[in-house]
Design a protein around this ligand. Sequence first.
Ligand code: PBG
Length: 321
Amino acid sequence: MLIRNRRLRSSEAIRSLVRETSISPNDFIVPLFVVEGKNVKEEITSMPNYFRYSLDLLKAEVKELWEMGLKSVLVFVKVPDDLKDNKGTEALNPDGLMQRAVKTIKDAVPEMLVMTDVALDPYSSYGHDGIVENGEILNDPTTEVLAKMSLSHVKAGADFVAPSDMMDGRILAIRQLLEKENFPKAGIMSYSAKYASAFYGPFRDALDSAPGFGDKKTYQMDPSNREEAVRETLLDIEEGADIVMVKPGLCYLDIVRDIRNAVKVPVAVYQVSGEYSMIKAAAEKGWLDHDAVMLEQLTAIKRAGAQIIASYFAKDAVKIL
Ligand code: PBG
């Protein structure tokens, strides 16, 4: 034999020398769940060891993240039921929970990169990502609200907005309004290929945002489709997205690679709540090695072509790196 592939695997030194993929704190965006109240740090039942924070406790949390080398956060809010309606009124409140959360984080750690989730579902009395009329999710009236919502987040101090709704044309609507209102530096991280996935279940528990009727299949993508993901993503870049995203992660790594090969902008992956909870549950039962499986999945996501990973494992991973 002239070629023996095992030579390059024979010691940790040679393996680390030829390793193609590595993970660092720089890769992560940390999702944060924020609630009203004081002194609240409540564990999300279906997401073990993941918490919702009130604003006062959020400060300490983001300081800790920064000290660990985690420099980007993605903020989600749990909106009280009495503030939900079918128009996203509360989403535009300059003194709403999201807007206060952004200010709180920037106060605590001014250098932290703050991204905000832009979608109507946590604000919607129907639990949908858009305005509902006769059982239908309206597109254009929704994009108008999403643009205003983005502007409101940016005015509060957000560096990036992250539209997660999958309405058509929303990136263009957001970009045009931000330009018009003179916020040219605000970034857009678009959930470009977001699938109608069953892996979002625990997240919807966390925010109490499950759809009240039907499902999200008329706007989120069909898990059976591959070419469409590239088409969606190229369009978002044309409309002004700075970073594109595939969501969920593990089941969609073919999509990640297709998009990596097709675009020249940073590609992110959202390793979603269900992916997190599956590993936690299996590890609790003693069926899987938590840290090893976590690192293997994160590595696979990067190897597939993602430069950025939004993950509930960010802290766990950085602690053992
Ligand atoms: C809301 C939104 C969802 C997630 C991120 N933003 C849920 C959904 O689309 O129903 C899911 C994140 C996760 O499961 O971790 N537009």
